[in-house]
Ligand binder design. Sequence first.
Ligand code: F6R
Length: 613
Amino acid sequence: MCGIVGYIGARDATPIILNGLKRLEYRGYDSAGLAVLQNGKIEIRRDAGKLSHLIELVAQSPLSGTVGIGHTRWATHGEPSARNAHPHIGHTGRVVVVHNGIVENFLELREELAAEGVTFNSDTDTETIVHLVEHYQATGLDLTEAARRTFKQLRGANVVVLLSADEPDKIVTARIGNAGGVVIGYGEGEMFAASDIPAILEHTRKVTFLESRQMAIVTREGARLETLDGEPVEAKIHTIPWDPVAAEKGEYRHFMHKEIHEQARSLADTLAGRVDFQNGKIRLPELNLTPELANRIQKIYITACGTAAYAGMVGKYLIEKIARIPVEVEIGSEFRYRDPIIDENTVVLAISQSGETADTLAAMEEGRRKGAVLWSIVNAIGSQAMRIADGYISMQTGPEIGVASTKAFTAPLVDQYMLAILLADLRGTLDEKTRRQLVSDLRLVPDLAGRVLNTEPEIEKVAWALKDIRNCLYLGRGINMPIAYEGALKLKEISYIHAEGYPAGEMKHGPIALIDETMPVVALVTKDPWYEKMISQLQQAKARGGTVIAVATEGDDLVPTMADHVLWVPETPWLLGPVINVIPLQILAYHIAAIRGLDVDQPRNLAKSVTVE
Ligand code: F6R
């Protein structure tokens, strides 16, 4: 997601905002801008390109004022350009807004506004926000109420910060959906609002966070928090420790917990710069995928280890289903020993968080030796798997510190979904309507992830019920079969409980003998094409006395009659189901391990980067 910094105080806002944006540069962006209230007027500097370019613009044409908002943007609606860069100002020239996220109903809102005669100066979803605020102001509402009405109309995961020249003593901010964050920083006679803690840490360590559907009216003296329905909210103020590691963990006890919770946002970041929602297109420029190459690919080998290999198994489903190219998944440690059949029309696609896993790199070398096209999906920028590939997709999730991979599992699922669409588009095997639908479904992902994260208290209760188990079986089918594997891996590696993932249809061929009252079964029974098959597998497990924990789709009233515990997930387009369905399993594993008092971030015998064979 993009970066946001807002300031209101007595000092010059411009350097504070520019420095804050600099601290967020690591998140990636393609445009930058800021707006400052100067002598009662809103002044904006913005352009495509890096922050250094914005700093030059400001040097050429200085800004000065004590209230301002700044933004680094990753394009989702419209190309990176000056007109699409934030902040966006309304037609009155009196309101200005910056925004992170995706307004899911933006086309609807844009049409409604256009019907009222509003014209648009950009291709962004953000611009609808500022026009809506002005629309409500024109009915006589003050900034806070006009903003509240606007926020309530926005669907999806969104963070907004805005200010008005007519009410220069405040900044209004909101966290609307379930993803993305707003941190409000408390200073002496000055206040900050930002998307991330690092943006404001040099000024204050006293912060509060907005929850979903909350807004704040920030003045020089403090912040008033409310729900979007106008209920007052008491701000819980946290003091961020000076120790850099503890500071980075923020409000979380473990990095793994933090990284699980970052997923709503890291999934938004995964889309940033890649998805053109207007035209239903995918851009993956670093992959160097030409139409010529797309059309000659006859086979893709996905190679990876551990969690990354399970991500690859989901990728097989996605690429075969959407792009109709045969895919084989081979774990890195085996690939080079099986003499794979490769020629110049074969792609070897490596998935690796670290980009330094010895077995995965060796598999890539084998691919290179045999003349394959080499691609990688990598999190660590500049790592070997990125450097030696002919093309790559960067995960854009930010560093993952916890040894057990979480956000670096869900990002490549979305990356492969996007890759599948791009391949199909270039090969001409996807009709336009389907392509547009597949692309449009992506905008739901961050908010759906956020909704699952909000169910954590219920999942934690299940973790308490399971804390003493010795074994556990995870079952899934179809596209969710790898999620069963991944759920089991998460549990075993951090809690040291023996867990196995199984394709549910295989139960009757042996493993069902294991099920008795001491063997809990975690089953993925979401509304997907395998739902009915999974229901019958659930019945079989239940009949043998096992405790059944089902991952089920909200609103399903059959599954609760068969399961002892249900981990609910929101209804999700099934090709994106794995991204959402794995999250409750990550949370469950995390809490079981944390309750058992284990070193969650550094489980015994494991390393974050496995650089030996
Ligand atoms: C499990 C886990 C490992 C890694 C595997 C590959 O939670 O993190 O299974 O997925 O060691 O690592 P990378 O992705 O760095 O190649």
